[in-house]
Design a protein. Structure first.
Length: 432
């Protein structure tokens, strides 16, 4: 069994293609149940965020050392990935990365720790990976190896956050959006904000805006109940997505992050709002993949529209103090990768130990039954105990003795030395 990770992210793939290859909450379960049926795949999980889409798989490989087998496995996953999204394989060329077993372990830990994020050390990815793990677990596509990998990665992420300064600065896409808003409007105490969505990203952005004393906040969401819950935290008001057009003209700042597969805000709606506002500028940030705001909106005068990729420059200005922490985090990960590999190697021994114990218990039960019958028939207890001890010893040693004699004949010195190490502990001899 070997791990493999196939994916793309903000460093390898432009937004236009990332949004076409993203998995939505609506099709993620279907995707998992389809992926697990790919030849050779025994476990599968999918992490899909605005900045990355990754397949984490466990493959049953007949010959792990055969590179041809690995290439065929890689190609099957590429075929599935492109086919599920209705694209030709050529569309993915130059954008995908593939990590083998040890690389996959390291990559998962780096992603969970925020070391591979657009915003170095961003904590949101840990929660997104946890949700991906929960979904895959519910669908029954996660087994022993992936389960341990994800749990190990979450533990590493926690240690990185505790033992380094990776999260010491408030740097995130939500923070970057607020910083840009301040660059455009200056102080925000006279500005109103429309938050489209009610998830973790929107909540984080709302907290940043609140810290800058934004004047008023409107939360729009498909579930108005969820919108009301979030809006009440910021003394704001809640509306449904269908009523965005009725309130857009009131907003100086618009931040959108929903899971909608189609845009929720179009060019025509924005044009109407600008007329009502007498062309007072609107600052918009679209943090969703696929995008929530039609790209054509960017062509309108008096609209400042930014996507997640556009925020990179703002984010880079806040990263310098995290670089040293990242180096410390990589040292932690180096150690934890080896811990995972040691655990995996131990699985072979676990199976053997289980079989050995089972066989030993069978021997014990068999001899004990015979001994109990002897006692019941009136034989001397001392004779019965002698029978019990001798019979158990002979049964336990019969197979090893036979194999060791054979090993001697074949000059299998490695096997003989292994038996000596297992059964003859010369350092613990006693005189008793």
């Amino acid at each position: 069994m070997s791990l493999i990770t196939l994916g793309l992210n903000h460093k390898t793939t432009p937004l236009e293609l990332r949004e076409r290859l993203a998995f939505t909450p609506q099709n993620l379960r279907e995707a998992l149940n389809s992926l697990i049926k790919v030849n050779g795949v025994t476990e599968a999980a999918i992490v899909s965020t605005c900045n990355r889409t990754e397949l984490y798989c466990v493959l049953h490989t007949e010959n792990p050392a055969d590179q041809t087998d690995h290439n065929e496995d890689d190609q099957r996953l590429v075929d599935w990935f492109s086919g599920f999204h209705g694209l030709e394989n050529d569309a993915l060329k130059g954008h995908l990365y593939v990590y083998d077993h040890k690389q996959s372990i390291r990559h998962a830990m780096e992603v969970a720790s925020g070391l591979d994020s657009m915003v170095l050390g961003e904590p949101q990815i840990t929660g997104q990976m946890k949700q991906a793990y929960i979904t895959a677990s519910h669908e029954g596509t996660v087994g022993q190896l992936l389960g341990k990998l994800f749990q190990h990665s979450f533990s590493v992420a926690k240690q990185v956050r505790t033992d380094t300064a990776i999260g010491s600065s408030p740097v995130s896409v939500a923070f970057a959006a607020t910083s840009l808003a301040r660059q455009i409007f200056g102080e925000l105490n006279e500005s109103s904000a429309l938050m489209i969505g009610a998830g973790e990203t929107i909540e984080l952005a709302a907290r940043h805006l609140q810290s800058q004393n934004v004047k008023h906040m409107i939360v729009a969401n498909r579930s108005q109940e969820r919108a009301q819950t979030l809006a009440s935290e910021f003394d704001g008001e809640a509306i449904s997505l269908q009523h965005i057009g009725d309130h857009l003209h009131r907003a100086d700042i618009v931040i959108a992050s929903t899971a909608s597969p189609l845009p929720v805000l179009g060019k025509g709606t924005v044009e109407r709002a600008l007329k009502i506002r007498k062309h007072a500028p609107i600052f918009m940030v679209d943090l969703a993949v696929p995008r929530d705001i039609e790209p054509e909106v960017n062509s309108l005068d008096d609209v400042y529209l930014y996507s997640v990729d556009d925020l990179q420059e703002v984010i880079n200005e806040n990263l310098q103090n995290r670089q040293q922490a990242a180096e410390q985090a990589h040292e932690i990960i180096d150690e934890k990768v080896e811990h995972y590999l040691e655990w995996q190697r131990s699985l072979v021994a676990v199976d053997v130990i289980s079989e050995l114990r089972s066989k030993a218990m069978d021997f014990s039960d068999e001899v004990l039954k015979k001994s109990m019958k002897q006692l019941a028939s009136g034989q001397e207890p001392g004779d019965v105990l002698t029978f019990l001890a001798h019979t158990l010893t002979n049964k336990f040693l019969h197979k090893p003795s036979t194999e060791l004699r054979k090993a001697g004949e074949e000059e299998r010195h490695d096997l003989i030395q292994a038996a000596r190490r297992l059964f003859i502990d010369e350092n613990n001899k006693t005189d008793n």
